[in-house]
Design a protein around this ligand. Structure first.
Ligand SMILES: [Zn+2]
Length: 226
């Protein structure tokens, strides 16, 4: 099979630069015509084919289970967040305490996958919002991060998707998210810079004001000890 020439040129031009074309994860209309099990069956053959092409002996005891393991992991785990059925339920509560200050949840673990190399992105997300009457359970923020992280991603898009989802759930623009993450495609291959990490930020509503934004960034710096 020949890669389309225009596409090939586009890929060349993109190189190792991580570009994003849209805030929405680019998906086709027929994305869920196949069931999870049908996808696992199909991807299993694809993974086996890659390994076969690389010259591996697929009858070896250590290798023969890999295609099935990888296919399941793709569909159910690391790309499980592509399926809208897995979107966290949007339940909010009344802000009974009349706490109208900023609420920050920091150091949320991020495990995602770079969509340009299919290698891990590992880091921390920090989220803040100012309630306009609704509050969400704290773990909801972790679940929203995890849901959008479990997709082939670019970090900028992940950051925006988390903010947009929380804005929808909370009914306010006043939501911010900062993500600091290592990309294994940079740390373990290519330029192989183990130390570098990437920071992305999205500030909505009141967080566009410098004072509010700086307050949030100050809270992130707090060194929480237990
Ligand atoms: Zn990458």
């Amino acid at each position: 099979m020949k890669i389309d020439k225009a596409l090939e040129e586009e890929i060349q031009a993109m190189g190792d630069d991580h570009m994003m074309t849209s805030y929405e994860t680019p998906m086709r209309e027929d994305a869920f015509d196949l069931s999870d099990d049908e996808k696992i069956q199909s991807i299993r053959k694809d993974v086996a084919n890659i390994m076969q092409t690389l010259g591996l002996d697929m009858t070896d005891d250590s290798l023969k289970g890999t295609p099935n393991r990888v296919a399941k992991m793709f569909v159910k785990e690391i790309f499980g967040g592509l399926h809208p059925d897995r979107r966290p339920k949007a339940s909010t509560f009344d802000n009974k305490y009349k706490y109208n200050e900023m609420l920050v949840e920091k150091n949320i673990t991020v495990y995602s996958t770079c969509e340009h190399h299919l290698l891990p992105i590992v880091g921390r997300a920090h989220i803040a919002y100012i309630s306009n009457g609704n509050v969400v359970g704290l773990s909801k923020m972790n679940r929203i991060v995890d849901y959008y992280a479990k997709r082939p991603q670019v970090q900028e898009r992940l950051t925006i998707q988390v903010v947009k989802e929380l804005q929808k759930v909370l009914g306010t623009e006043d939501v911010a998210c900062v993500i600091d993450a290592k990309h294994l495609c940079v740390n373990s291959r290519g330029i192989r810079d183990i130390e570098s990490s990437t920071v992305t930020a999205e500030f909505g509503g009141k967080f566009k004001n410098e004072k509010t934004r700086l307050e949030f960034l100050d809270y992130i710096k707090l060194d929480t000890k237990f």
